[in-house]
Structure formats: structure tokens, C-alpha cells
Design a protein around this ligand. Structure first.
Ligand code: AN7
Length: 350
């Protein structure tokens, strides 16, 4: 298969002969088979679709490559987005590759260190606002309305087009759609994209079934669960600290058409799952990404029987994005030793 989302999935994307084809290596991420947590869940097979392996460390790259290609096709020289961090890292990378001016608007104090480091390194123009993601998105939309700038948030339909390819990869690898798919939900673009992908693959005859989609928000930022906008969303999972999701209606459609649900998990559940996924499966993700598995574990604790089910948890971003939360894991299993062989050996062998 050719490399990258544009070349690999040309026939499924809004690509024509004027669309530039390029890649930073996005897509074709691993579908990791659970060895340990699968036993607790009691299902037939459990997989983690590890989107942290994308070039900037999150699923955003799949959609960004399409959004940027379409902007360049139109002759646009500048892109902008609001972001909790990952969208901005991705926009900055593809903007740099294509020589575009990239402006990102982010909530001051609520972007994980690694994401900010990426935007700085890629050379984006960074506007930090004293407000949350929802305000940043309003500003970004106005900028794009008034200037020849392409908005590359997931309101841009080309983002959704690119992100739907993850659903194709899951079906191709398992040989059918899983019975259940768990996914973190913030601005709700990705759950909408997966549903579009599963539906299109079905309609084209590449699969014969659909998954139920189970979306999980953080309790302190769960407007799709309560049905009300959160004016002051708050969660340790800063990636999904969003109070008024842009793709609200599409997420509800995805939930209802798939026969699934959108629920929330607490910060405690998110952090304990984040630790569990790294320490018992070798999959180090950022906190927001653990909300999918945290939701599955919550349903198991509430008594759901998963026997005979094939389940996929989407793990949206890389753990290296947010080193501060990893370092807070306690008890940390390290100590300080004398600078000689014997003292280290003595402690490790006892
Ligand atoms: C790791 O980067 O909204 O429901 O501005 O970074 O499609 O918003 C990030 C969202 C899940 C939620 N996991 O996806 C942004 C941004 C991670 C994320 C989500 C995000 P959507």
C-alpha cells in the first residue's frame, strides 16, 4: 500500500488531479491486541487502535493532511485553528511542510507541555488566550471568516474525511467491523468521522456489519451526556476540556444510528486507566486517550457481559505529549543509589 492517507485512500477522499499528494507518514497505525486487560473484560478480543503513532503523535494528522492539501489546492497560504493542543501541533507540522503561515489559538495554562513544544518547534504563530477552547474556536472562526485563511478545525469537512480512514484500517485488519468501538469525545469530530468511515465501508461492500459506538467524555466536560453546554469545563484530560462541542449533532447521530451511547468517566477513572494501559499493555497514551478504555472498564464494573465480543478502544494520542501527568504517577518505582555496582545490585535482587 502506498504511504500516507492521501495516496492510500485516494478513491475515498475528495481528491482530484489538482490536489497535491504528500505525507509526513500519517495513518496505518498499529491495532495492538490486548494480552492482559482482555482477561478482566472477558471479551473474545480486545484491541487498541494506537493513534499516538502518527507523525505528530495523535489522530489529528489523518484529517490535517487532507485539510491542508485542499487548502493548498485552492491557493491558500495561511491556516488557523483553535486547539486544546493536538490539532495545533498537527496544523503546525503540516503547515511547516507546505510552507504555510500557521496561526494557532490555545487556552493559556491548559495545553500539555509536549504539544506546546511541538507548536513552537514547527514555527507556528501561537496566540495564547485567557479563555478556554470554546472561546478560542469562536475567535478562530471569525479570523477565517474575515481573512483568506483556511480554518483547519474539525468543522472543516476535509478533516472528517481524513479521520474516517482509521475505521477503514480497523475493518481491513480484523476482517470485519468490531461489535463495539470505544472512543474519547471532546469536540466530537472524531466520533463523527469513525461513524462516517464505518458507514461508507459498509455501503461500498467492504464490510457487512457496524460497531456500536461508545463515546466517553470527561465528567467535568460532558455536555453530550447532560445535554447542556459547560461554561467552565474542567478535567485533567486537557485534550477534551471542551464545553460546547462543534460536532454536537453529528455525535448524537453517530450514537443513535449505531445503537451506542455517550457517557462520561471521572478524572480518577481516566488517570487509573491511563496508568493501567501503560503498565499492563505497554501502551503509553495521554490522559484523554484513556477515556475510551476507562468507559469499557466502567461498563464491565456495572455488570455488562462482553462474552464473544470483538472490541476496539481508540487510543487517540501519545503519552509523551503530557510528561507532567506521567511523572505524577505514584508510587514511582525508582530510587536513588550509590554510584557503584554493588549497591544497585543489592537493592534490585532483594
Ligand atoms: C488526544 O486538539 O480538540 O472529539 O484541539 O487531542 O474529535 O475533539 C483534541 C481532541 C481525543 C477528542 N483525544 O477528539 C484539539 C482537540 C485526544 C485529543 C480528542 C482530542 P474530538
Amino acid at each position: 500500500m502506498p504511504q500516507g492517507v492521501l495516496a492510500s485512500y485516494k478513491q475515498f477522499l475528495p481528491i482530484n488531479e489538482d490536489t497535491p499528494i504528500f505525507t509526513l507518514g500519517e495513518g496505518q497505525t498499529p491495532l495492538i491486541k490486548s494480552r492482559n486487560i482482555v482477561k478482566t473484560i472477558g471479551c473474545e478480543e480486545l484491541y487498541f487502535k494506537f493513534e499516538g503513532c502518527n507523525p505528530t503523535g495523535s489522530f489529528k494528522d489523518r484529517g490535517m493532511v487532507v485539510a491542508v492539501a485542499k487548502a493548498v489546492e485552492k491557493g491558500i497560504e495561511a491556516i488557523a485553528c483553535a486547539s486544546t493542543g493536538n490539532t495545533s501541533a498537527s496544523a503546525a507540522a503540516y503547515g511547516a511542510y507546505l510552507g504555510l503561515k500557521t496561526t494557532i489559538i490555545v487556552p493559556q495554562g491548559n495545553v500539555a507541555t509536549g504539544k506546546l513544544a511541538q507548536a513552537i518547534a514547527y514555527g507556528a504563530h501561537i496566540a495564547m488566550i485567557k479563555g478556554n477552547f470554546d472561546s478560542a474556536l469562536n475567535i478562530a472562526r471569525e479570523l477565517a471568516d474575515k481573512h483568506p485563511i483556511e480554518l483547519v478545525n474539525s468543522l472543516n469537512p476535509n478533516r472528517i474525511e481524513g479521520q474516517k480512514t482509521a475505521a477503514f484500517e480497523i475493518v481491513d485488519e480484523i476482517g470485519k467491523a468490531p461489535e463495539l468501538l470505544y472512543i474519547p469525545v471532546g469536540n466530537a469530530g472524531n466520533i463523527s468521522a469513525y461513524w462516517k468511515g464505518f458507514k461508507e465501508y459498509f455501503e461500498l461492500g467492504f464490510s457487512t456489519n457496524f460497531p456500536e459506538l461508545h463515546g466517553y467524555q470527561a465528567e467535568g466536560a460532558s455536555p453530550l451526556v447532560t445535554g447542556k453546554v459547560f461554561e467552565n469545563p474542567e478535567t485533567v484530560a486537557t485534550a477534551i476540556r471542551i464545553g460546547n462541542p462543534a460536532s454536537w449533532d453529528n455525535a448524537i447521530t453517530a450514537r443513535d444510528e449505531s445503537g451506542g451511547l455517550i457517557d462520561s468517566v471521572t478524572d480518577e477513572e481516566i488517570i487509573s486507566t491511563y496508568q493501567l494501559l501503560a503498565a499492563s499493555e505497554g501502551v503509553f497514551c495521554e490522559p484523554a486517550s484513556a477515556s475510551s478504555l476507562a468507559g469499557l472498564i466502567k461498563e464491565k464494573k456495572n455488570g455488562t457481559d462482553f462474552q464473544n465480543k470483538i472490541i476496539v478502544c481508540v487510543v487517540t494520542g501519545n503519552g509523551l505529549k503530557d510528561p507532567e501527568n506521567a511523572i505524577k504517577i505514584s508510587p514511582a518505582s525508582y530510587g536513588e543509589y550509590q554510584n557503584d555496582y554493588q549497591s544497585v545490585e543489592k537493592v534490585l535482587i532483594n
